[in-house]
Design a binder for this molecule. Structure first.
Ligand code: SAH
Length: 230
């Protein structure tokens, strides 16, 4: 199967490229798209740059230009749930955009007309991930991931996102990638390892834990690729 693996930052896809060892690369629309074969699958791998706009562009290219039939996102996130510690893995059951606000017209937070607040991720990919987690002896958390064009480093903003969307983690690309995949009817999976807890010390924790957490997520994603059918 043609599978897209995406991150937002170079650090999020580097562990994957290092494991693959051999790949080709092509520049297109301001990104580099890496291609490789792995476990009988054709992979296209890229990091988008940070945020909803760049990640939606990159995801769309992976689906349209490279014909990916599934998209797996690997990266890091700020933890909201008290159960999530730095380095823990969370897969998104559903994703929302916490910074969408047309409430002035009576719409709920995060709602865009002709769309929905939440976009669900693919059931089969989540089931596969749960099986792998059991086999690997890893705790894999499942929950709502809230996305916005903000690095959240404030307990106040974090609490508002938790209260409003019942979100368990937050980041800056998942929901936009979900929108792109949903629009094209392609199954997707968003995995994040916690790099910080989105409060006052988030920027410091992020810098310390980015690489180790990105590695945890990348390793799991490659295990999923190995176990994906045709
Ligand atoms: N240090 C980087 C900026 C990182 S932005 C630089 O200076 O270039 C944070 C990235 O990690 C985003 O891609 C986002 O998806 C994720 N992330 C991790 N923790 C986050 C948080 N607390 N709030 C928002 N995004 C977070």
């Amino acid at each position: 199967m043609k599978i897209a693996i995406m991150g937002a930052m170079r650090e999020e896809i580097e562990p994957i490229l290092n494991t693959l060892g051999e790949y080709t690369s092509e520049e297109y629309a301001g990104n580099v798209f890496y291609r490789a074969e792995y476990a009988g699958h054709e992979l296209v791998i890229a990091y988008s740059k940070i945020g909803k706009v760049f990640s939606a562009i990159t995801a769309s290219i992976m689906l349209e230009r490279y014909g990916a039939k599934a998209l797996l996102f690997s990266g890091v996130a700020g933890g909201i749930s008290k159960d999530l510690k730095i380095g823990d893995l969370i897969m998104a059951s559903a994703l929302c955009q916490h910074d969408v606000d047309i409430t002035a017209f009576g719409h709920p937070d995060g709602f865009i007309p002709e769309s929905s607040v939440m976009i669900q991720s693919d059931d089969d990919l989540r089931s596969l991930a749960s099986e792998i987690a059991v086999d690997m002896g890893i705790d894999l958390y499942e929950g709502i991931i809230a996305t916005g064009d903000q690095f959240v480093a404030s307990s106040e903003r974090k609490s508002w996102i938790e209260k409003t969307f019942h979100a368990d983690a937050l980041e800056m690309e998942g929901a936009s990638v979900a929108c792109a995949c949903h629009s094209f009817g392609v199954p997707f999976f968003v995995l994040r390892a916690i790099s910080d807890t989105a409060d006052g010390s988030a920027d410091i924790d992020f810098d310390v834990f980015l690489q180790s957490s990105a590695q945890v997520s990348a390793k799991f994603i490659l295990e999923m690729v190995k176990r994906l059918g045709d």
